[in-house]
Write a protein that binds this ligand. Structure first.
Ligand SMILES: [Fe+2]
Length: 235
C-alpha cells in the first residue's frame, strides 16, 4: 500500500520530532503493509516547509531507513494550506512547495480550519489548467463540508480528488467525521485514503482505513482506489 499523506519527516512541522521517531513511524508503516510513503510536511504560515527542506530531510531519512533495512520507499510532497488564492499563486510561481511524488502531477491541498475559502474553485481550476490534480486533505474533518451537502460534490465535479483519513473512518476523530467519511465512500466521492500520521501515537494505520473502505465499497473498488493512489507516484 501507499500512504499519500504522512508527516514522517523529522523536525520540520508538528509531525515526527526527530530521526528516531521518523524511523519508528516507518517501522509501524511497514508492519501495516505500507511500502511507499509520500512525506507531506505542512506548508502554511506556521510551518512553511519548503521543497528544498523536504528533499534534504527526505534524503536523510532515506539513508537511515536503508541503514536499518526498513523497506519503505519515500517520495516528496507537501500539504499546502489554502491560506488565500494569492498565497497559493505566489508560492506556485516561486516553486516553493513540493507536489506529490516526483512526477509533480498532484498537489495535496488543505482548507483552513477557520472556514472554507470561497476562492477554492478558482484555485482548483488554475491547478487543473496547469495539469495538476488537487487532492483535498480530509474534507470529512471540516464542519463546513459536513454542513453543506453541495460544497464537496461540486469540487469533485470540477476535478478535485478527495483524501479521507483512516483515523476518521475508524472513529478516532469522533462520530461526525466517521459518519461523513463513510457516507462519502458510499457516495463514490472518495479518491484516496491516507493516514495523515504525525507520530507513533497518531500513527500510520492505512490497513484499518482500507478495510473500512472495502467493507463499504467492495474489493473491486478497493483495487481501483489502490491503483489510483499508486498512479500519483508513477506519473
Ligand atoms: Fe496533514
Amino acid at each position: 500500500m501507499i500512504d499519500i499523506h504522512c508527516h514522517i519527516l523529522h523536525g520540520v512541522d508538528d509531525g515526527a520530532r526527530d530521526l528516531e521517531e521518523s524511523v519508528a513511524m516507518a517501522r509501524i508503516a511497514y508492519e501495516d503493509g505500507i511500502r511507499d510513503i509520500i512525506a507531506t510536511p505542512h506548508f502554511h504560515p506556521v510551518f512553511l516547509t519548503t521543497a528544498d527542506v523536504v528533499h534534504r530531510k527526505l534524503e536523510e531519512l532515506e539513508r537511515e531507513l536503508e541503514r536499518q533495512r526498513i523497506d519503505v520507499r519515500l517520495h516528496p510532497g507537501n500539504e499546502v494550506q489554502i491560506v488565500s488564492a494569492e498565497f497559493v499563486a505566489a508560492h506556485t510561481r516561486s516553486r516553493s512547495f513540493a507536489y506529490l511524488g516526483r512526477p509533480g502531477t498532484h498537489l495535496l491541498i488543505e482548507q483552513r480550519w477557520s472556514g472554507y475559502d470561497p476562492a477554492t474553485p478558482e484555485i482548483v481550476e488554475r491547478l487543473l489548467d496547469a495539469g495538476v490534480t488537487p487532492v483535498l486533505a480530509h474534507p470529512e474533518r471540516h464542519a463546513f463540508f459536513r454542513d453543506d451537502a453541495e460544497l464537496l460534490p461540486k469540487l469533485v465535479e470540477l476535478g478535485v480528488w478527495t483524501q479521507v483519513s483512516a483515523d476518521s473512518l475508524v472513529g478516532n476523530f469522533g462520530a461526525e467525521p466517521q459518519r461523513y467519511g463513510r457516507m462519502l465512500i458510499q457516495a463514490g466521492l472518495v479518491h484516496t485514503i491516507a493516514t495523515d500520521a504525525h507520530n507513533v501515537n497518531r500513527k500510520p494505520n492505512l490497513g484499518a482505513g482500507m478495510a473500512v473502505f472495502e467493507e463499504l465499497a467492495g474489493a473491486e473498488a478497493r483495487s481501483e482506489l489502490e491503483a489510483r493512489m499508486r498512479s500519483i507516484v508513477a506519473g
